[in-house]
Design a protein around this ligand. Structure first.
Ligand SMILES: [Zn+2]
Length: 245
């Protein structure tokens, strides 16, 4: 089971690496709900998550997420202490804090260009993240971390990007050919190939038209005739008889 789990993680991370440019150390954007669940299940995020992802990670949060936890009272102090240990990325809400989930969504922008992996237990936020292409989602299933498989939005966008890329590559190649005058000459070659005789008829034609082949037998013919003449020449005893005379 464990090997299977790691294979899945590797596959999912590979998807985001190849299609969305994710690189190590992976930036895990953690919210208060994830911290609280980890603490309640005695999960050490800093130890567990890199081991589960088998990769270097950087744990990140925002000021809004911290302020939200502070506002929820002393019960969450433990989780708050953990959250405060992480690197705080500027969210642009300084002085005017918003809810943790809204802040994290705003951190993703349009294309998640900072390549955040979102770690949250907030169901509403999870749904919104699934609708955004190129955002990996990490959550805890009781004590087990789970990197969710790429969402449909992520898969579809990746496919569209790939086909667009392939289309533009094809166009660029055609342009390059035109610029170098290769497109025309290639067509000519193709036409020549189409009009040309098949290899079998080529062989025949070569045999017929090749001057060397014709010349050679002609040159040899006299030799053959001469040898034949030699053979036909008067037999020894006849010659002897003739010589005697
Ligand atoms: Zn914020």
């Amino acid at each position: 089971m464990k090997v299977k789990r790691y294979k899945k993680v590797h596959k999912h991370l590979g998807f985001f690496t190849h299609n969305y440019g994710f690189r190590q150390p992976y930036q895990i954007l953690v919210d208060g709900t994830f911290c609280l669940t980890a603490l309640n299940n005695k999960i050490n995020i800093a130890d567990n998550i890199p081991r589960y992802l088998q990769a270097d990670v950087k744990l990140i949060t925002t000021q809004c997420a911290i302020i939200e936890m502070e506002n929820l009272g002393p019960k969450l102090n433990g989780a708050l202490i953990i959250l405060k240990m992480y690197t705080i990325h500027k969210c642009g809400h300084e002085g005017k804090p918003i809810s943790g989930s809204k802040c994290i969504l705003s951190m993703l922008g349009k294309t998640n260009e900072n390549h955040y992996i979102i770690a949250t237990q907030d169901r509403d936020l999870q749904t919104k993240i699934r609708n955004k292409p190129g955002v990996p989602l990490l959550y805890l299933h009781i004590k087990t971390p789970v990197l969710e498989q790429p969402s449909e939005a992520s898969v579809i966008t990746a496919k569209n990007r790939l086909s667009l890329l392939q289309g533009s590559e094809r166009e660029a190649l055609e342009k390059l050919k035109e610029e170098n005058g290769l497109a025309g000459s290639q067509e000519k070659i193709r036409k020549k190939k189409k009009k040309g005789p098949n290899p079998l008829s080529c062989k025949k034609r070569k045999a017929k038209s090749s001057s060397k082949m014709i010349v050679a037998p002609k040159e040899r013919k006299p030799h053959i005739e001469s040898t034949k003449r030699k053979r036909i020449k008067i037999p020894k005893h006849v010659r002897d008889e003739l010589m005697k005379k």
